[in-house]
Design a protein around this ligand. Sequence first.
Ligand SMILES: N[C@@H](CCC(=O)N[C@@H](CS)C(=O)NCC(=O)O)C(=O)O
Length: 284
Amino acid sequence: MAKTATKSAKKTAAKAAAKPAAKAAAKPAAAKPAVKATAKAAPKAKAKPAKKPAVKLSMLKPSVNNMTVRVFARAAGLDTAETDAWGHTRSPEFMARNPAHLTPMIEDKGLPRGVLWESCAIMQYLSNKHGLEKFYPKAPAKRAMIDSAMFYLVGTLYPYVARATYPFLGFPQYAGEVGHSDAHPDRKSEAQKAAMAAIAEPLEVFHSFFRDGKPFIGGKNPSIADIRLAATLEFLAVIDYPLPKWAKDYVAAVEKKLGKAYSEPAGDVRGYIAYVKSQAKASA
Ligand SMILES: N[C@@H](CCC(=O)N[C@@H](CS)C(=O)NCC(=O)O)C(=O)O
């Protein structure tokens, strides 16, 4: 059954990408009689939007790691059943399925262990599964650039972003970070500032190397690497990071292209940042 769904999903990927799955699914009972009425009508009726199985997603609304997959799932027209995992990621039930206690996490019967975490791996898997080449090209060289951009983001840019923003977001820092230790607040502040200063270099690499004059890393359309980058940059608002003009325009362009698929999950992150900032102002 999963295979059939995948095949027809491929055929209708372009259509489905333009529409939220819920809408697509709600539509055509009317297409049914046409299937039997004429032989000519048969192919059309076959092409009715396949109902892709809902993606079960455990997520945290204020997180850009989670925003990434939430945006992607919407933009790709995947039907997502989201569960808010706030406060539950370290529960015995969650840890039994996902010992890394990390979100985003999807559940899918086809996966050897039933679950998958890491935002980029989730987008790669769902793109492969549903043939979403628009977001994740198949050609090895093109795909390699998307992979390189995502690994560079998760391995290099994101740790700087986390170190610079988590203290202000009220998120716990990762073990081993000065911000996670008992160090003097001055040391923590120095680490935060050093991380903030370090962001500029990898950021520029995304612009000059990965985009290389194109609107997006993916070319004319945002790829999964673009979704990952734009979402990451959202966090920088909490420290009023002076984004270069290209980066502001870039995030706006990703949002414009993806529309509600982007702005809805971004709204959760932006709302959280606005809340955190208002709290900081009130206590200043
Ligand atoms: N590299 C991972 C990072 C995931 C991550 O750090 N998730 C955090 C939220 S931002 C989380 O779920 N933390 C909950 C916990 O550790 O209990 C990704 O891109 O998915």
